[in-house]
Design a binder for this molecule. Structure first.
Ligand code: ZN
Length: 566
């Protein structure tokens, strides 16, 4: 595996959940994210989560209080939240009235329930407060197997981060651990030793020095994905600048880096922020969280799309791409993941496949076609094709693990499918389809959109509306089959016959270009078949510009040889 592939593979969950938790680990239900909602969870919306969390590096523990304000959407008699049962619960109260631990609240299978004084009717609101403390799960291998990361900065101070995408918010705060339950707002009051900083999500609302060696950092973030809420604590310094957007607005860019970092490396990375933002704004649309900030924090793990405070742990590595791919990948998620969030983990490719396609597009934006093609070619060589990227069924958190699911194919096949789609329907329709997917409208301007949730079906509908014809065959052929489409070729006399076969045998009318002695002709492939005249000694090149993703013998041969020791 190349260094590049190893680095990109690193973005994935590669270990099955069942193998992760030892006897003292969090319960299996807690380590799952996106399991079916309890009926009481489906009957409420979480308007505000006000979280006060004191982080104690010496004991690797937290002391916390969470006030969660819910509004009922259906009559409900109990509130149910997900929270790791490894925490001790000091008190549970509803609207300021403490509940009895005998029959007022309880815990079961990773969930905490609290009895309401009466039926909460639709439209009515209530605030549940939970005081809890203990040692949160330590991440066995962040960010792929997540929890708290307790590290030490090169200068000796504690360096702490959270990363819980695979396991969920319930590893350190009470929430509804589902992409369907994005809180309207999360307020954070993070108390840390006064010699450390605690950059976090959203807008900075100031610090309070308690004069006893502890300082509270206050932040507020709106419409935030549950797993994007993140603590970052360390001996940080901030570089900042104002970004002048092509949409006419301005907002702060912040990079919180370790004080011990080489200033030249810090500068070189920070210099990449504005051009990357401009690429995304030109390609997709306005930066979605301009009313808060664009933020990045250096972390002891590789990275994660923590909304407005993306985790960066790529160590300022230089490669031939000409940009920092990790920084770019996580920034792509502000559009693909944070602004537009999938309905179900089965739609994960909307985050990772489309987000990953932004890297070769950015390589092209910076340095031309060659650098885009290099990235696409390497992605193709890494496809496993063992599981479909989209199953059409709801998935809980583990569905994407390598060996149990599509693994890296979600990233790479998703990106290659997007590339083929772009060349099939043209730039105008393709980029408008992405903009419509991400904002819910084709004409986003700062202030005229809010966060959206979308499914694979939604995206197919958007593309079909753009091009005015059925496109199910395309997404079915590429994403809903494990195997890549195969272009069968038969040469008989002066005829070349072409025929597509897909994993499930469904029709695949993908046009294909054929170059015959230097002259390119497009074969329509209506009904998945086509024919073209070829002089007997002519040189034939199928798909000369590599537009169409398909099974290629050269890659299969390469993968087979790589799998066998010489
Ligand atoms: Zn990602």
């Amino acid at each position: 595996m190349s260094i590049r592939a190893a680095a990109l593979a690193a973005l994935l969950f590669v270990t099955p959940v069942a193998a992760q938790n030892g006897p003292s680990d969090s319960a299996a239900a807690t380590l799952q994210s996106g399991r079916p909602l309890a009926p009481e969870q489906a009957a409420v919306t979480l308007d505000v989560a006000d979280l006060a969390i004191k982080v104690l590096p010496e004991t690797r523990s937290i002391e916390a209080s969470a006030a969660l304000t819910f509004t009922a959407t259906a009559p409900v008699e109990r509130l149910v939240v997900d929270l790791d049962e490894r925490f001790a619960i000091a008190e549970v109260s509803v609207d300021g009235v403490a509940l009895s631990a005998d029959d007022g609240w309880g815990q079961d299978d990773g969930r905490l329930w609290a009895r309401l004084p009466g039926t909460l009717t639709p439209g009515a609101s209530v605030t549940l407060r939970i005081a809890y403390s203990g040692q949160p799960r330590v991440a066995p291998r962040a960010p792929w197997n997540g929890g708290f990361v307790w590290s030490t900065a090169p200068s000796g101070e504690p360096w702490i981060a959270t990363a819980v995408q695979g396991e969920g918010c319930d590893l350190f705060w009470p929430c509804i651990d589902s992409s369907l339950s994005e809180p309207g707002r999360v307020d954070l009051h993070i108390t840390v030793p006064s010699n450390l900083s605690a950059p976090s999500n959203g807008r900075f609302l100031g610090t309070v020095d308690h004069g006893d060696g502890w300082t509270t950092w206050n932040w507020s973030a709106r419409n935030i994905n549950t797993y994007a809420v993140a603590l970052n604590i360390g001996p940080y310094q901030k570089v900042e600048a104002t970004y002048e957007s092509r949409f006419g607005n301005r907002f702060p860019m912040e990079y919180w880096h370790l004080r011990s970092d080489d200033p030249a490396k810090v500068r070189a990375l920070f210099t990449q922020f504005a051009p990357m933002l401009d690429f995304f704004e030109a390609t997709i649309g306005p930066y979605p969280f301009a009313d808060e900030k664009m933020g990045v924090v250096e972390t002891p793990h590789l990275g994660m799309e923590h909304q407005t405070i993306n985790a960066y742990g790529n160590g300022y590595r230089i490669d031939l791409r000409g940009y920092d791919w990790l920084l770019q990948h996580e920034l792509a998620h502000e559009w693909f993941g944070n602004q537009m969030t999938h309905v179900d983990p089965d739609d994960f490719w909307l985050h990772e496949g489309l987000g990953t396609y932004m890297q070769p597009l950015y390589a092209r934006w910076l340095n031309g076609d060659r650098y885009m093609q290099i990235e696409l070619g390497e992605m193709h060589a890494d496809l496993v094709n063992a599981f479909p990227v989209v199953t059409g069924r709801p998935l809980i958190g583990g569905g994407h693990f390598e060996g149990q699911g599509p693994g890296n194919d979600t990233y790479f096949k998703g990106a290659l499918t997007a590339h083929t789609l772009r060349l099939l329907i043209g730039d105008e329709a393709f980029f408008r389809s992405l903009t419509t997917l991400v904002y819910g409208r084709p004409d986003p301007q700062p202030g005229n959109f809010t966060t959206v949730r979308r499914s694979t079906r939604d995206y197919i509908d958007i593309v079909e509306a753009e091009v005015g014809r059925d496109m199910d065959w395309f997404f079915r052929g590429y994403l809903m089959n494990a195997a890549l489409p195969v272009l069968n070729q038969t040469r008989d006399g002066d005829r070349l016959s072409l025929r597509w076969t897909t994993g499930d045998g469904a029709p695949f009318p993908m046009p294909i270009e054929v170059e015959i002695d230097g002259v390119v002709t497009t074969v329509a492939m209506t009904d998945g078949r086509g024919e073209i005249a070829v002089p007997s000694n002519a040189h034939v090149l199928i798909d000369p510009d590599n537009k169409v993703l398909r099974r290629l013998d050269l890659i299969e041969t390469y993968r087979t040889s790589r799998a066998r020791p010489n």
